[in-house]
Design a protein around this ligand. Sequence first.
Ligand code: BES
Ligand code: ZN
Ligand code: ZN
Length: 501
Amino acid sequence: MKFDVVSKKVDSVKADALVFPLFEEDKKFENNLKKVDDLLSGELSRIVKSQKFKASEGKILAVPTFGKLKVNYVFIVGLGSKKKFELDILRRISAYTVKKAKELKTSDLVIDIDTDFEGVDIKEAVQALTEGAILGSYNFDKYFSEKDDFKVESISFNTSKNVNKESLKEYIHLGKVLAEAQNFTRDLVNEPANVINTIQFAKIAEDLAREYGFEIKVYDEEEIEKMGMGAYLAVAKGSENPPRFVHLTYRPEKSEGEIVIVGKGLMFDSGGLNIKTGDFMRWMKTDKAGACAVLGVFKAIGELRPNITVHGIVAAAENMPSGKAYRPDDILRAKNGVTIEVGNTDAEGRLTLADALSYASELKPDAIIDMATLTGACVVALGEFTAGVMGNNQKLINEVLKTSEKTGEWMWQLPFNDKLREQIKAPHADVYNVGTTRYGGAITAGLFLEKFVDPKIPWVHIDIAGPSHHTSGWYYHPKGATGIPVRTITTFLLKRANYLK
Ligand code: BES
Ligand code: ZN
Ligand code: ZN
């Protein structure tokens, strides 16, 4: 998809469709929309009236121009009410617009951006519209024998205002990189476990490293054993696919700091001996969403090259039942020496993360952020659309939450406390991999991870079990993987690197 910024009079715009975002409150047409209505001899306002069109969020009125303009259609796209307006609505309406354009086979769009977006900065508005268009046109159709090949080819943002076009174009580029990185993550998460297994995952990371010049080290089973990663190894044991521990590093010439991002990388989670039943096992190919988000973030920073050192860590494994599988009651020793008693083999993510976080702590970074499809309990607590955020440092938590407000990736903090800490005491080892009750399960999982992070290092854990995939999709997310939280984590890194304010 190509993007541009133009300043054209409406009667000279040549495109398939001219798009006007409109607030519910704006009953009377103004500026360019008024001009278009005049050129159409008032036909537009007549249709709006006769159809009782209300510009509620995402509603689209598409009116053919029958040769009266150099565009085939005029779209009026509802922004909803001004009171409820926020940046993310621009991503949504952009995605809906692209869908409508596909339906009508209109491939060149010009979007009028003279609307006052209620105090939202025009650069951020254009970035969000770009992201929405790219995220909204995504679908995972590679395995369909018949596909719809029609694509929206180009979007031009039209403004009559005196704006710095070059700086708008920089934000379009930023939006493009972020959304394409998110789509890259979606593509990986959507691949089933018979296509992306542990070895294949490591290969994809190596390809990415080659493409962007990252350092990479992939540890095999023997090396993982030598590093003393007894928790991670136990999880991997039941599968025919051996574990692969991936460590990517992006090292710029000038660096403002050092961050480690860790992703839960279960290529498939059957539950192991505590095997999942029927519907609970479906979608467990998405248990690698955190790991794939790490690769998405690396793709984005590989493109943007901010001044910050970033490590990406994934302990890739597959959780399967077999004669070699680990069992409930097994006692394991993680890399940092902490012993773990297994209460349930389906609480495997935290075991792989235990060793990944121990390894990350040894790098002594300024901060560690992990992303994991860790608990069903988090989905019960917050719903399918919001990620749970926990950690050992309120400042870092606030920084991540604040960033997520801009990216529209909903996140909410869950509280740690000592009473729940008591619930992961094990009968015969330092810590249990499940809580003694199922209450607060997202938090007890977070508290388990806490045992493997050096307490001197600020750390945030993001449980994305809910929003990493959706069976039917929402807003600019199609069904399947969403690619959350690639934009939040990349934006966090860009801010740390002083690339963004
Ligand atoms: N991968 C699952 C969590 C999950 C659930 C992700 C739903 C996405 C959607 C995780 O490994 C798991 O099975 N957790 C158990 C923990 C329990 C055994 C303490 C769970 O949530 O039931
Ligand atoms: Zn599990
Ligand atoms: Zn899992």
